[in-house]
Design a protein around this ligand. Structure first.
Ligand code: ADP
Ligand code: MG
Ligand code: ZN
Length: 626
């Protein structure tokens, strides 16, 4: 879609400032030519002469100011000499007395008031300089497009969908439920009369909620494209600036512009930047006024549409719905919430299809297998994957993308780019090898829907020194207690192998332990899988299930229960650890032989790995405890 910057001519805004400037320049000039009032040239004489003339009784009257004493003589010494003279006053307390004694009529002037022009200039010039400086910086930072007085302009970009480049629902895949809900919105925009005729209230706000990269921005563009209406796009963070009040003014401006172009869509990306709960942010020192004002303005504007107006629908996206202010979610505001979740197996397949069409694919490439191996990928990851595959193929000077390219691309997306330069010491490599083989053997023997597909000790990305890739054999939405226990044991397999072989543990298992503990905690706290604690959910679900339950505060429980939970989590992990140890001790020889092989080849996968793992045996004491 073509981007158009907002098109108010910037010149109009500068006009005023320049006019003011010129005006004051002229004033300054004029004032410097004006004679100082009441300062006609009078001959100056020494003070001593003035005093002696007073003493001689020759002075008729005197006019005393701070700068000079002007006096008139009764009779000038010569006929053509001036009768009015001036002198510079000195500090002389006796002067009034002396003047009085000799019968001089005298008056003093009040301290001189600053002239009108001086006052005006001192009030207007400093702010003017300030504005000019601001303007200078603003112009520089905005590339000259907008000026100082446009801080309150919304920076929204307007997309006007045109025929060839517009995005439609066909460009978005794998989020069918969200698409369905948004189809309704498209209908509102296209034929609002039909709804208003019956008296139905068209929703004003729709909140797209979901993890990053799942296509929220894309979906909202598709809504605009389907409805064929203008689309204002702005990020929540762009409202919030240095100046308190700028955000609110921008919101006002944005809605004004939008109303002119209605029916249209306003899309506020990253709504959480302005919509964070006000209650939650109390106690933060200062700095929240701005966001709060912006939020209030947004609420006001959303309440402000009248039903008879042409619809302006506000779409917003966030990946932290639980932090949003409750006021935003009330009816008449963002009362519709659309979940845009990570795609499932068939969703991933359709997304891959979309992007595979854009590259040259070798015949026989099986996208189903790629979709299977990418559980948990969001749409953006899949788009990235296909592109990585194409890059790999091009680098290898192939003319089309092959299955292997896509497979390698998966690993790249998963674990970051291959770091060939990172060299492990020989002894480190050995630890990593046993560690990964430990994962693989335990993982192979554990129940659950995944099979070990690859072991690698080639360092990747920032953190992973080696990895064991487990592929699910089928898409699973439900995990049994046994599955989860198996996952914990598998995660602990790495560390257990280190314990058995080297009698010591390294830091390499930190991430494994983290994940194992998380699973155990969820089993007890969320899934009610503990026999002792029963089917109670001790964790509070904050509506953030797709965010990995990052902040699940515990329900308020008694101390005894809290202790019991901790103990139960501990028991789960300990038991899994024992099972992993038992399995690996039982398969010690197998572990040795696979580790030797992997130290030679660095990577074992496919049928080789399958054959090797096939000879592993499950010891009796490591069976699942029913
Ligand atoms: P979000 O706004 O949810 O963080 P985006 O909409 O910005 O994600 O997605 C980034 C890119 O990833 C899109 O431009 C698109 O290329 C791709 N993408 C993400 N989700 C999908 C999807 N469901 N279908 C097709 N492409 C997608
Ligand atoms: Mg986005
Ligand atoms: Zn590990």
């Amino acid at each position: 879609m073509p981007i158009r910057k907002d098109d108010t001519p910037p010149n109009r805004r500068f006009g005023l400032v320049n006019l003011l400037l010129i005006g004051f320049g002229v004033l300054l000039l004029v004032s410097s030519f004006l004679p100082n009032q009441g300062m006609q040239q009078v001959p100056r004489v020494p003070y001593s002469l003035f005093v002696s003339q007073v003493d001689d009784g020759n002075v008729r009257r005197a006019y005393i100011t701070q700068e000079q004493i002007r006096y008139e003589l009764k009779s000038p010494p010569e006929d053509d000499a001036p009768s009015v003279l001036a002198t510079t006053p000195i500090f002389d307390m006796d002067l009034p007395k002396r003047l009085e004694e000799h019968g001089v009529e005298f008056a003093a002037a009040p301290p001189q008031k600053p002239s009108f022009i001086t006052t005006a200039l001192s009030w207007i010039v400093p702010p003017l300089i300030f504005i000019l400086v601001l303007q200078f910086f603003a112009r520089r930072s905005m590339g000259g497009a907008q000026g100082a007085l446009s801080f309150t302009k919304s920076k929204a970009k307007v997309y006007v969908p045109d025929e060839e480049s517009r995005i439609t629902f066909a460009d978005v895949a794998g989020v069918d439920e969200a698409k369905q809900e948004l189809t309704e919105i498209v209908d509102f925009l296209k034929s609002s009369e039909r709804y208003t005729a019956i008296g139905a209230r068209i929703p004003k706000g729709v909140l797209l909620v979901g993890p990053p990269g799942t296509g929220k921005t894309l979906l909202s563009k598709a809504v605009a494209g389907e409805a064929g209406v203008p689309f204002f796009i702005i990020s929540g963070s762009e409202f919030v600036e240095l100046f308190v009040g700028a955000g609110a003014a921008r919101v006002r401006d944005l809605f004004e512009e939008a109303k002119k172009k209605a029916p249209c869509i306003i899309f506020i990306d990253e709504l959480d930047a302005i919509g964070k709960s006000r209650a939650g942010s109390m106690g933060v020192v200062g700095g929240n006024d701005e966001r709060e004002q912006t939020l209030n303005q947004l609420l006001t504007e959303m309440d402000g549409f009248a039903a008879k107006d042409k619809p302006v629908i506000v779409l917003a996206a966030t990946n932290q719905p639980e932090t949003l202010d409750a006021a935003l979610l009330r009816p008449g505001r963002f009362d519709r919430q659309v979940l845009v979740d990570r795609p499932d197996l068939s969703g991933r397949k359709t997304i891959l299809d979309i992007y595979a069409r854009k590259v040259k694919l070798a015949p026989g490439v099986d996208l189903d297998r790629i979709a299977q191996a990418t559980s948990g990928f969001a749409g953006a990851d899949l788009a990235n994957l296909v592109n990585e595959g194409a890059l790999l193929a091009a680098r290898a000077k192939r003319t089309c993308v092959e299955q292997g390219d896509l497979n390698e691309a998966i690993e790249r997306v998963v674990a970051g780019l291959e770091k060939k330069s990172r060299v492990l010491q020989a002894d480190e490599k050995k630890v990593v090898a046993y560690h990964e083989v430990g994962h693989a053997i335990v993982g192979h023997l554990m129940p659950g829907g995944s099979k070990v597909a690859k072991i690698s000790i080639v360092p990747r990305g920032m953190a992973a020194l080696g990895y064991t890739l487990q592929l699910p054999t089928e898409e699973r939405f439900l995990n049994s207690k046994e599955d989860l226990e198996g996952q914990i044991a598998t995660l602990l397999g790495g560390r257990s192998a280190e314990e058995i072989v080297f009698g010591a543990v390294t830091t390499g298992a930190a991430n494994d332990l983290q994940r194992a503990t998380d699973i155990a905690e969820q089993m007890v706290g969320t899934y009610g899988m503990s026999d002792i604690l029963g089917p109670l959910a001790y964790d509070k679900q904050g509506g953030s299930r797709f965010l990995g339950g990052a902040n699940n505060p515990r329900r308020s429980v008694s101390d005894a229960t809290a202790q019991a939970i901790d103990k139960e989590v501990r028991t789960l992990v300990d038991r899994a650890h024992d099972r992993a140890l038992s399995i690996l001790r039982h398969n010690r020889e197998l572990m040795e032989s696979i580790s030797q092989q992997i130290l030679e080849k660095e990577v074992i996968e496919g049928d080789d790995l399958k054959d090797l793992l096939a000879s592993s045996v499950m010891p009796e004491d490591a069976q699942a405890i029913a």
